[in-house]
Design a protein around this ligand. Structure first.
Ligand code: KIV
Ligand code: NA
Length: 266
């Protein structure tokens, strides 16, 4: 029995300009096992606060929750690199605090890398972590943990005057040692400029087909959420199909046709 080797950070980093990197989020063992067959890396995103736990934003997500879901996804998978999001408040204060919390995430989940939000301002921390054995995926453009400062979830780069700052963010995280960078919610030509400017893979979400990879929130693309943003393509219809199963079950319980003869022990 040969052990399946997981995708590594250098394997993902080496995909710059090559075959597009496939990624989805996943928060539990059973969906992760399905995604694992097709994705190069799986992100345990802090979007789980909104998607799984009904929060209004990702700001309230605690570190322990990321660790619990991260562990479940690592257990459910064999092949994909697992990246776990650092939640708001767990890394911004200083490189030392970031290291302590990121090391805890890696030790307690078994993930292969962490992700954190921020460009230039996080460069020092990204360098501190990578030099000490923690691979970092960066995240620029629309950074949901800063939604209170940005005044909501707003597409970035509509004003061309803001482009240099975003490109500087991308260059800064790459120079600091990030192995890839998520580019979220930016106008397409800015995403293309960023992708052309940096030597690390860009992973787009609401960005551009020319990014080096793409990521979506699994529940969004499965049609499990009532509302989906413009950048999500809905590939499944889990919402309606779960509802149909639940309503069929309810009806059969009420008219006593469930359990039937096959479901009872004689
Ligand atoms: O939390 C998340 O799901 C993310 C992706 C959307 C990139 O950060
Ligand atoms: Na996130």
């Amino acid at each position: 029995q040969t052990k399946i080797r997981r995708n590594t950070v250098p394997m993902i980093a080496a995909r710059k300009g090559g075959e597009p990197i496939v990624s989805l989020t996943s928060y539990h063992a059973h969906t992760a096992a399905i995604v694992d067959k097709y994705a190069d890396f799986i992100l345990v995103g802090d979007s789980l606060g909104m998607v799984m736990h009904g929060m209004d934003s990702t700001v309230g997500v605690p570190l322990d929750l990321m660790i619990m879901h991260g562990r479940a996804v690592v257990r459910g998978t064999q092949k994909a690199l697992i990246v776990v999001d650092m939640p708001f408040g767990s890394y911004e204060e200083s490189p030392g605090v970031a290291f302590r919390n990121a090391a805890k995430v890696m030790k307690e989940t078994g993930c292969g890398a962490i992700k954190l939000e921020g460009g230039k301002r996080m460069a020092e921390t990204i360098r501190f972590l990578t030099e000490r054995g923690i691979p970092v995926m960066a995240h620029i453009g629309l950074t949901p943990q800063s939604s209170h400062v940005m005044g909501g979830f707003k597409t970035q780069g509509r004003d061309e005057d803001t482009w240099p700052a975003h490109i500087e963010d991308a260059l800064a995280v790459a120079k600091a040692g990030a192995f890839a960078v998520v580019v979220e919610g930016v106008v397409e030509p800015l995403a293309d400029e960023i992708t052309a400017a940096v030597e690390i893979p860009t992973i787009g979400i609401g960005a551009s087909k020319n990014c080096d990879g793409q990521i979506l929130v699994l529940e969004d693309m499965l049609g499990l959420n009532e509302w989906t943003p413009k950048f999500v393509k809905v590939y499944g219809d889990l919402g309606p199909s779960i509802e149909k199963a639940v309503s069929d079950y309810a009806e059969e319980v009420r008219d006593r046709s469930f359990p039937g003869p096959e479901q009872v022990y004689k």
